[in-house]
Design a protein. Structure first.
Length: 80
């Protein structure tokens, strides 16, 4: 996957997170927990996408060892 494509996907993910954040403030109380869980999951994916973009940008540099980046996956969210 190219860096340009990853950045476009990152932008799409950020738009989704912003939309869910707005929705979490304006949703019906009965839907609040569902929207909050979805927002948490999308933020987790956003962090992974950011790490992947930075990792690939560093890989394009002349000396990747100068900027070591380790992709760390946070613990999975378990849905009940």
């Amino acid at each position: 996957m190219t860096v340009e494509r990853e950045i476009r996907e990152l932008e799409d993910r950020m738009k989704k997170v912003i939309g869910l954040f707005w929705k979490s403030y304006h949703c019906h109380p009965a839907e609040e927990e569902k929207v909050t869980l979805e927002l948490k999951r999308e933020i987790e994916y956003l962090i992974w996408d950011l790490q992947a973009v930075f990792h690939n940008l560093v890989a394009l540099t002349d000396d990747p060892d100068k900027y070591p980046i380790e992709i760390i996956k946070p613990p999975r969210i378990r849905f009940k």
